[in-house]
Design a binder for this molecule. Structure first.
Ligand code: IMP
Length: 422
């Protein structure tokens, strides 16, 4: 019998590429939707039946009764935030308990992990990562240090394990002289979240997913964050703490490399970044403000202003290589509708040196641009590629040629219908 495949849908820049919309568009084709990395630092916005949902930990296949949704072992999960997210979906009429499977191997974000996140950031002074404050880094640190708590731990002897890890965190916080915090409300809610989680299928999801593949079921691995926030391949140390790239699909779900089918790489027609870290294409002028305003570039999780700039081919080529992207998905083409000229970063320059490949550290490099004519046409009502203005067609062709990868989907507006397959 033909076995199923795992297609990966990955943000290939700094996150916020619009994965929520595209996952929602893709899910009908898949039997299983699985998250493999990250946690409540993500915010996948889905507009569904006129209602807006921001999914943080829960996979985007949750709206469909017939789908299996998996939170894989590579994820981290905050029981209190998970409960709030799940309850919102339940209040909207979606029954989650039969549709959602949570890996026993996924790690738990404790209230003290969030305090540690703040404490480490405070201690960094100027070198702050600008984290989402959700405790992501400290949780993955404990995982790597082999002292973390996993979802499976809530099934046996949990209180003791919890208190031991909490005490360890409190000691670190005392050492850092970071003592002005109170987690009592947070902790009550968190414990309620742990109780709430027990009603779900806490399971060996790596066994389940492989069984489903053997049965010929197809899996969509829903990426979180973006490739340049990957712990190994991102702009370290200004990264998240998980493997957000395609390799993370294998480790974060327990699927073999040979099961990977298509790798969809999502990017925007321009660039954004939230939090600190080098960003050679960043615009500090009116153009940057205009992109932010038209593109509504404010963080889904933190509400922070996103830093904006022109598209960055150096970064995109790197991400395409690392992930083995087979098809590209370009989002938010319409945000550039009004510009007479569109710039494209084709190289970085520093101290007289020019590079077209990703440097070890992108700090201090400035962008080298090529200019293309803008289309100055409203794209949002277009539903067929043949109606694209010539300058927009030329922009797409130029990118495809430069990136040596086909752009199969082009999104020109927030509506589901504004998603054009080529
Ligand atoms: P953390 O994941 O909260 O530790 O944050 C590390 C860095 O990744 C910060 O610069 C965050 O702004 C960024 N980040 C984390 N999650 C996302 C996301 O979903 N979209 C965009 N940026 C993110």
């Amino acid at each position: 019998m033909k076995t199923g495949k795992v297609d990966a849908l990955l943000g290939i820049v700094f996150g916020d590429e619009g994965k929520g919309k595209i996952v929602d568009f893709f899910t009908p084709k898949y039997d299983v939707v699985a998250r493999f990395a990250g946690g409540p630092n993500a915010g996948h916005t889905i507009i569904f039946d006129g209602k807006k949902f921001v999914l943080r930990s829960i996979p985007s296949g949750i709206f469909d009764e017939g789908k299996v949704n998996i939170i894989g072992n590579g994820c981290v999960i905050a029981p209190d935030l998970f409960m709030a997210e799940a309850r919102e979906l339940e209040a909207a009429g979606y029954d989650l308990t039969n549709r959602l499977h949570i890996s026993k191997r996924a790690h738990l974000i404790l209230p003290t992990h969030r305090v540690l996140d703040r404490a480490y950031e405070a201690a960094k002074g100027k070198g702050k990562v600008g984290t989402t404050g959700k405790g992501i880094g400290p949780t993955y640190s404990d995982k790597a240090a082999r002292i973390g708590l996993r979802v499976g731990d809530i099934l046996e002897g949990f209180e003791e394990k919890y208190q031991a890890l909490k005490a360890r965190h409190e000691q670190i916080l005392r050492d850092l002289h970071y003592t002005d915090y109170d987690i009592s409300d947070d902790e009550r809610n968190w414990m309620a979240g742990v109780e709430y989680m027990r009603r779900f299928q806490l399971s060996d999801t790596e066994l389940e997913i492989n069984q489903l593949l053997r049965e010929g079921k197809n899996v969509l691995a829903e990426g979180a964050q973006g490739s340049l926030l990957d712990i190994d391949h991102g702009t370290y140390p200004f990264v998240s703490s998980s493997s957000t790239t395609c390799g993370g699909v294998c480790t974060g779900l327990g699927v073999a490399p040979g099961t990977i089918g298509e790798v969809f790489g999502i990017f925007k027609a321009y660039s954004t970044r939230v939090g600190s870290g080098p960003f050679p294409v960043e615009l500090f002028d009116e153009t940057g403000d205009t992109i932010r305003r038209i593109g509504n570039e404010y963080g889904a999780v933190t509400g922070r202003n996103r830093r904006c700039g022109w598209i960055d081919l150096v970064a995109l080529k790197y991400a395409i290589m690392i992930n083995g992207v087979t098809q590209l998905v370009m989002m938010k083409g319409d945000v550039l509708d009004d510009f007479a000229t569109i710039k494209v970063c084709t190289a970085y320059r520093k101290n007289g040196e020019t590079t077209t490949t990703m440097p070890y550290d992108t700090a201090g490099w400035e962008a080298v641009y090529e200019e293309l004519p803008g289309w100055q046409t409203d794209l949002t009502a277009i539903r067929d590629e043949k109606d694209f203005p010539p300058a927009f067609k030329a922009y797409i062709s130029y990118l495809e040629e430069q990136l040596a990868t086909p752009i199969r989907i082009v999104s020109v507006g927030p509506d589901r219908e504004a998603t054009i397959i080529r």
